[in-house]
Design a protein around this ligand. Sequence first.
Ligand code: BDP
Length: 639
Amino acid sequence: MLRVLWLFAALDAVLLLDTGMLFPRESSSRELKELNGLWAFRADRSPNRNQGFESAWYKSRLAETGPVIDMPVPASYNDITQDPTLRDFIGWVWYEREVTVPTRWITDDGLRVVLRVGSAHYYSVVWVNGVKVTEHEGGHLPFEAEIGTLLRKDPTMPCRITIAVNNTLDLHTLPPGTIQYMTDRTRYPAGFFVQNTNFDFFNYAGIHRPVLLYTTPKAYVDDITVVTDFLDDTGLVRYSVSVKGTTSATMKVTLIDKGGHCIVSSNQASGVLKVPNVNLWWPYLMHENPGYLYLLEVRLKASDASSTSEDVYTLPVGIRTVNVSSTQFFINNKPFYFHGVNKHEDADIRGKGLDWPLIVKDFNLMKWLGANSFRTSHYPYAEEILQMCDRHGIVVIDESPGVGIKDIRSFGNASLTHHLAVMDELVRRDKNHPSVVMWSVANEPAAEMPPAENYFKTLIKHTKALDPTRPVTYITDSNFSRDKGAPFVDVICVNSYFSWYHDPGHVEVIPLQLNTQFEDWYGKYKKPIIQSEYGADVVPGLHNDPPVMFTEEYQKVVLQQYHGVFDQKRKKYVIGELIWNFADFMTTQGITRVVGNKKGIFTRQRQPKAAAFILKERYWRLANETGTLPLWTKYPCPL
Ligand code: BDP
């Protein structure tokens, strides 16, 4: 009974946003039309980057406003052409695509037609046939607009979608940045400016995730929230369905197992479903059958005087719990040790554009490596990636784009308000993923600054109120004694680069310094610790023995030095280790980066460096010690 009450309490946490953001899925009541492919594209190169708005480029076909080029969607635009000014472009770019919408979508005014953008970096304004339908701030989360009403106003018009996207970062965006104008005319031409940022990845821009149209009936399932628990072998699924477009509807909610059998159903919009002989959702390498998902099918029937409609939405549900003690992290009440990676959404040519071959390759590499988890450093990843995590049992620390908050002006009210809104959007999108076990609100903020205390106290409290079922953290650098936010987190996540940014070349200091780091943090806060980043750059193919920085040998020995300490501390309070980084990735140009950050254990093209084999051996050993290998594997590791 107590469990059930707790589940109710957990679900009462209300998102401040007034609509849901369910992943678009086809069903017997919903159709979907992907708009991926080639769009017309034009960068606004006018000095104030505002010509597109002044001349209303959205009012006519983009090609009529000036020269356009082909631009693939989804993709970053930066690496698509040979033009360095487009690679480094700052300001508004314009995308346009004309779509033919099925006639019945227009004639049937019982349908909603929704235009959805998976993500566009950074600020977007969207028009349909010259009429503004929405705008959105933030680069890594979806947004949508109902456009059926507009299309029906003039059914003879085609559906011309124009999206203007601006990648400019300022003190109040997430991540923050500043624009610096260079006014010394002896050194810079008129109008010269640069975008400064405090993060270590290329500020790729454009429409990064799929754009699509989908339909729902007028009375529709707007959102579903699921919180799970179990008692002995009975699973508990507390759900709540929010409905829009009707006040009188009937509902049937059914939980279906993997074999397609209906396990339990209800006629209520919210309640607790009891699942006998539950199959829990387990992480990869913790159970023989990881990533078990049920389906929660919601059928909504609504009638008015003239007609009856049905909306059907099906949500995958994994039944699992997450808890934290002062020394351990538990999934389904069993200790869980994170042996995983930090990633980036990053690849040749497509930049941060969603790319299925890359996604599947990365999952195959993570499984090959024996990784059971990753952190979405340093922003929310595509929902398609989280769905893969749910299915494969890969555990996720889900991070907001709060990276590079280093300027004291970025701790003010405007920044905090936006950061809170981003957390609302992130939790709204990702709350139902069993793979997501923790929220990370930021990476390496200047947490020693006085305003950081109130900023993080508010941010973490807010995130916990949004989702009382998951721990919350932010990622800190090893600057422990001055960190003002650490008292509020549930898990301490520390990044450190001993023998790299400090004491370069001296790998022998790693054990002592790492030991001190762990003892300091644990001694002060008595909270479990994840080594959330560690690593070293390697130019692939560069060798030297004895090891020298930037060689494959050096990266190997750095890892080995860290691992010795992890092995001592994981018996006490260290609950995980995440290598920086899974793969090499692009950064802005600078004297410490040789065509990007080279701390990957795989190259950007996903070929292993020597250290990948060290990590693979270790992760499979850890899995063998702490978990249960899947049926298809044999230690030390699968081929
Ligand atoms: C860490 C940052 C990460 C960087 C890494 C590095 O969190 O974004 O890429 O350093 O310098 O501090 O490689």
